[in-house]
Ligand binder design. Structure first.
Ligand SMILES: *[C@@H]1O[C@H](CO)[C@@H](O)[C@H](O)[C@H]1NC(C)=O
Length: 232
């Protein structure tokens, strides 16, 4: 299960199976010194992704069927740390096709999160997460006062199927997801596309040389024939 989701995720940006991949692209915000900001991030119970150390988070997400008051289901929150200011990144979420779900991904700077609505959503999530056994990697304050570039990631997830089973409609099962944080190469290409891009470039350049060679060869051969024709 996990492998399938991961494969889909890794191939996500190349292949056409985007039904199982949702993503958002953003720039690393300017670095800030943590102890001076509100809310106190060091007390938060949220999973963290870091491009260098923890680029992939395999977890399970609570979902809900959409309602009028919550058309996007349930909110889950993550912290994206260790970003580089001004660098372009992509966050992808991948899930198995047999768990049909709608996802919405949004990133917020710490100042943007500081609204009653978002704080309530964040608090609601950490309350839920505390009772869930699936949260493994927790953010721990390292007490450093060096400036960091970080963002909050909000994942909204709504189940998108229908069942006649009322229990299931009320308590849809957790969805297995992989969340992947990836920097772009030269701010242009996602890293996972890098090898493919290099391959395509090599093939294109080779094709160009080969076609030039073939062209000259055809000209040479046809000239040879022409000359032969003239002689005969
Ligand atoms: C309804 O779904 C629940 C939870 O998935 C399951 O335990 C139960 O057996 C299902 N009931 C019926 C009648 O299928």
């Amino acid at each position: 299960m996990r492998t399938i989701a991961w494969l889909l995720c890794t191939l996500g940006s190349i292949s056409t199976v985007h039904a199982n991949v949702e993503k958002t692209i953003f720039l690393g915000p300017s670095a800030i010194v943590l102890p001076n900001v509100r809310p106190g991030i060091d007390e938060l119970d949220v999973d963290t992704l870091e491009p260098a150390e923890l680029p992939i988070l395999a977890t399970q997400l609570s979902v809900k069927f959409p309602t009028e008051s919550a058309p996007r289901g349930l909110d889950s929150w993550y912290l994206l740390r260790g970003l580089e200011e001004g660098r372009r990144y992509e966050v992808r979420i991948c899930w198995p096709a047999f768990q049909p779900t709608d996802f919405w991904l949004d990133t917020f700077t710490i100042t943007q999160v500081d609204t009653p609505e978002l704080i309530a959503s964040l608090a609601g999530y950490t309350d839920r997460a505390r009772t869930s056994p699936s949260q493994k990697l927790r953010y721990t304050a390292d007490g450093s006062s060096t400036a960091q570039s970080l963002l909050f990631l909000r994942v909204q997830a709504a189940a998108s199927y229908y069942s006649t089973n009322k229990t299931l409609m009320q308590y849809p099962p957790l969805v297995d997801v992989d969340i992947i944080l990836e920097p772009f190469i030269l701010n242009v290409l996602p890293r996972s596309l890098g090898p493919a891009a290099i391959y395509i470039t090599v093939v294109a350049v080779a094709a160009w040389f080969i076609s030039g060679y073939t062209y000259r060869w055809i000209i040479a051969v046809s000239k040879e024939y022409e000359e032969k024709d003239h002689k005969e």
